[in-house]
Design a protein around this ligand. Sequence first.
Ligand code: SF4
Length: 408
Amino acid sequence: MIDIEKYLLSVEKPVQYMGNEVNSIHKKDFKVNMCLFFPDIYEVGMSNLGIRILYDILNKVDGFSLERGFSPLEDMEAVMRENNIPMFSLESRTPLKEFDVVGFSLSYEMSYTNVLNALDLAGIPLKAEDRGEEYPLIMAGGTCTVNPIPMKRFVDYFVIGDGEDVMAEIARIFIANTDKTKPEKLELIKDVNGVYIPTIHRDKKIKKAVVQNLDNTEFYANQIVPFVKIVHDRVSVEIQRGCTRGCRFCQAGYTYRPVRERTLEKNLALISKSLKATGYNEVSLSSLSSSDYSEIGDLITNLEKKHGKNNLNIGLPSLRMNPFSVEVAEKIQSGKKTGFTFAPEAGTQRMRDIINKGVTEEDILETAISAVKAGWTNLKFYFMIGLPFETDEDLKGIKNSCLVEMKE
Ligand code: SF4
């Protein structure tokens, strides 16, 4: 175990390097261990739903231990470099180099350099070809792996698509084959759904792994409760996966196809279990478009009935742009109505049609009017600029559409 205690008081937010949070898992008895590393700081990484799901599910695999790792802030990195402290995991503060597998979650391309920095801090050669048997297998998963090419020199195997079933299957294969070399292990997992191994598959097209039925996946109710405020500091439950829309710019919309809903009963059970296991009084009903969940009304009504309207804050991170979303938001809003956020994405109908946004001028107006009538006085609009085929008219349209909406 790496001793970092003596340095902690000299760095910002030391608690992010300490581990031992409520519901963290410290396995002593295992055959294979892995550090799941989120290449960003703790507050961001701990808010990632994929990390929460995999942490719980993979630690339920007998003989497998999954620990977490996050990028240090600059001050901590300086301390680590100055004192030759290698990048370590949170649970047992084991150097990354000593794990059987180090897995990186690639959620956005901007984090790629953090992956390389983490490997460097860990004393692990960056390129796969330079890593012998003394180093761990390096794995990568997450939405960005739909295009593994930019990272293929650094990664031994990718898991493309939904990770929970595939990674549990790979964990079991590794447990049954601890005596094998790294190339032999890669050979054993090469036909697992969604696995891409650059040295074996080369240009072969790989079909992403898809969890067919969210109801059949293991529950991940025991979410970790951090000691420090994180970006999404609440229970997060994925009520459905995928999005029915096909906005052309949206990586997640394409990556998470098809839409799969968890049943109302299972969602209620998972949320109740998670609230009990964590002590949170706030839950985020996560998905790419939560108001499209076919039983969203019943889900909210049942949650409020069970937990009491004033005892539970319900968050809906993403709402479709229509008056029904305003109704849903009104249902869960307790107290002051601060701001309502819409995402028309582009300022003219021409541009919205090009990006396949599926939102008309009328939709925007109706939604804005419903929100104002329901008591929201601050409306926030998200627009993107720099889209392909964009003209000056489309940019002026951003200002104009806001003005029209405000006049109304
Ligand atoms: S509605 Fe949102 S999540 Fe769905 S495809 Fe469009 S941008 Fe993506």
